[in-house]
Every structure is written in C-alpha cells, then in structure tokens.
Design a protein around this ligand. Structure first.
Ligand SMILES: NC(=O)c1ccc[n+]([C@@H]2O[C@H](COP(=O)([O-])OP(=O)(O)OC[C@H]3O[C@@H](n4cnc5c(N)ncnc54)[C@H](OP(=O)(O)O)[C@@H]3O)[C@@H](O)[C@H]2O)c1
Length: 302
C-alpha cells in the first residue's frame, strides 16, 4: 500500500459520497466518479465524470490508477425512477456493477459494494444480515442481483447495506427525504408523510465512518448500517421539525395508499446494527443525535 492510500468512490456526488468525504481519514486520497457533466466545487475529493456503463472507460481508469480500495455506490438510487425506467436502470446498476466488479477482480482489489434495505420485503423486522432477501420493487431486485454478482465473482468483497440516509449533500439541488422535508417546512408548505413505512434512519457521516472502518479492516460478508431508533417517515418528519425549530403542524399523516402511483415499499425494514457496532466500532446514533449533528453542520450547506 502506498503511504497515502487512494480510494475510488463511484457515485461520489451522492449523499453517501459526501458522508465519506467528510469523514475521510487524514492523508487519504479520494477519487470520485459521477455521471453527469458538471463540476463539483469546494470538495477535498477529486471528482471525475465517467459513466460506469462504459467498460472501456472503466478499464482505462483502473489501468491508470492503482486503487487501494473501491467503494461502489453509483447507480440509479431512486425507487420510483427505477420502476418507471427499468431498461436504463438495468444498464446503470447491473452493467455498471459488472464493469466495476470485473475491474476489481482483474486488479485484485477489495470491493465494497453499497446495497440497500430495499432487498427485504419488510414483513419480519428487525433484519439481521442473514435475513431472507425478498425485494418488493424493481430497485430492490436490481440491488439484490448486484449483491449476488459481487459475492459470486469476487474473492475479496464486503456488502454494506445502508438504510434511509439523511444529511447535507454536495449539491443543494439533490434532495434527500430530510432536506426535502426541511426545505418544505422552511417555505411554510404542507408535507404529507406516511405512517406505515418504518426504518432506522442513518446519518450520512455515520455511514461514512462505517465505510472507512470497512476499508480499514476489509471484513468479509454483509453489514447493516443504520441508526438506533426505528421511526416511520411521519415520525422522522416530526423529529426534523423539532430539531430545526420548524412548524410540525404543517405535516399531514397519511398511509401509503395515499400515493397509489408509486413503487411498492417494504413496510418495515428496520435493521439490527450489532455487527456495525461490534465489528466496525461505529456506534448507532439516535435520530435526535444525528439531527443535532446535521443542524450543527448547517453552516456548511452549499
Ligand atoms: N440515500 C439513501 O437513503 C440510501 C439508502 C440505502 C441505500 N442507498 C444506496 O447508497 C448508494 C448511494 O446512494 P446516494 O443516496 O448517495 O445516491 P444518489 O444521491 O442518488 O447518487 C447517485 C450517484 O451515482 C452516480 N451515478 C448514477 N449513474 C451513474 C453512472 N452510470 N455512472 C457513474 N455514476 C453514476 C450519480 O452521479 P450524478 O451526480 O452525475 O448523477 C451520483 O453520484 C446507492 O447505491 C443507493 O442504492 C442509499
């Protein structure tokens, strides 16, 4: 390993990429990939525009750099977008993962594949890492297929499954559920939040810390990354309103049947995060702790 290890992060402009950047160990060199042609400002990571569907471009990148670790998080991560644009999503998520996996195999690099809680049907929470995978939507099916590609073709791999993430992103225009709720309440607009989809939300910097611990220790197998509290989206919104001093009476309680046009969601995918705590040394944060930390870093928002 070189004195200043080089880590490749695909999907660097996402919330997870931002979490990894903010928590990177001193001296780490970071190269990030994203797809659309724009420049990322004020980042300690070097960002490259490269479409992971392009095998030749991926191979050229791996020929040029000797990576000490690769975190593969790129792909289409919107559940509803995947449901409606399946062919495009297959290419980004499956072909892209095949290309990154093949390059890691050839170079003998440990790959950390970033999966999701959406691989579960949400009927038997809480979920440990060995829980039965049974996705209820196309996004979950693609991610479960990618997990298999990684596990079946690589010798050195870890699958990290984050659950609903919150935090500030690089790009203010790429909302996540927390910033979407925050922005709506800030503008005094009403928000409808479901009471029947439950997760244990994860602060993106805590996700970054867990991924850096995985890179350091290179453990085999699957890790669940989540927070301490199970919370419905409704409760999540109310906690955000409280944490930021916003008007919670603007939040309307609804059930999932209120949004008939969207992809099905697993009802309760709450994770057991014991492996994260015991083997990675990363303590699960309560939602209030995470939101407090998010509030304290508000000044950094682009
Ligand atoms: N956010 C969550 O709550 C959550 C929960 C569970 C699991 N996850 C998983 O965590 C990972 C990261 O999530 P995120 O929320 O950070 O994602 P995100 O905000 O949706 O960002 C997706 C990233 O992938 C890049 N990308 C998409 N297609 C690409 C392609 N063909 N080639 C190169 N880059 C491409 C995007 O680049 P552009 O900026 O150019 O579009 C962006 O950097 C995903 O794998 C997701 O499935 C996320």
């Amino acid at each position: 390993m070189s004195p200043r290890p080089l880590t490749l992060i695909t999907g660097s402009t996402g919330l997870l990429g931002k979490g990894m950047e903010e928590t990177a160990p001193a001296g780490a060199r970071l190269l990030g990939l994203h797809q659309r042609d724009y420049a990322v400002k004020d980042s300690r990571m070097k960002h490259l525009v490269l479409d992971i569907r392009d095998k030749r471009a991926v191979d050229r990148l791996f020929a040029k750099h000797k990576f000490d670790a690769v975190v593969h998080a790129a792909g289409i991560a919107s559940v509803d977008y995947v449901e409606k644009h399946y062919a495009e999503s297959l290419e980004s998520n499956i072909v892209g993962t095949l290309n990154i996996t093949a390059a890691c195999r050839k170079a003998g690099i440990h790959l950390v594949y970033v999966s999701t809680n959406a691989v579960f049907d949400g009927k038997k929470p809480p979920y440990r890492e060995d829980g039965a995978v049974n996705p209820v939507n196309k996004y979950g099916r693609l991610k479960a297929d990618c997990e298999k590609i990684v596990a079946d073709t690589l010798e050195h791999w870890t699958v990290a499954r984050p659950i609903l993430m919150y935090g500030w992103n690089h790009i203010a225009t790429r909302p996540n559920p927390a910033t979407w709720i925050y922005d709506k309440l800030m503008r005094g607009e009403r928000v409808q939040l479901v009471n029947d989809v439950v997760e244990n939300p994860l602060f993106n910097l805590q996700c970054g810390r867990a991924l850096w611990a995985i890179i350091r220790r290179k453990p085999a197998g699957v890790f669940h990354l989540g927070g301490k509290n199970a919370s419905s989206r409704l409760e999540f919104g109310r906690r955000i309103a409280k944490a930021f001093g916003l008007d919670a009476s603007l939040i309307d309680e609804v059930g999932s049947d209120h949004f008939p046009g969207i992809a099905p969601r697993p009802p309760n995918t709450t994770f057991v995060v014991k492996r994260m705590e015991d083997e990675l040394g990363v303590a699960a944060m309560t939602l209030d702790e995470g939101l407090r930390a998010m509030k304290e870093s508000l000044v950094l928002r682009p």
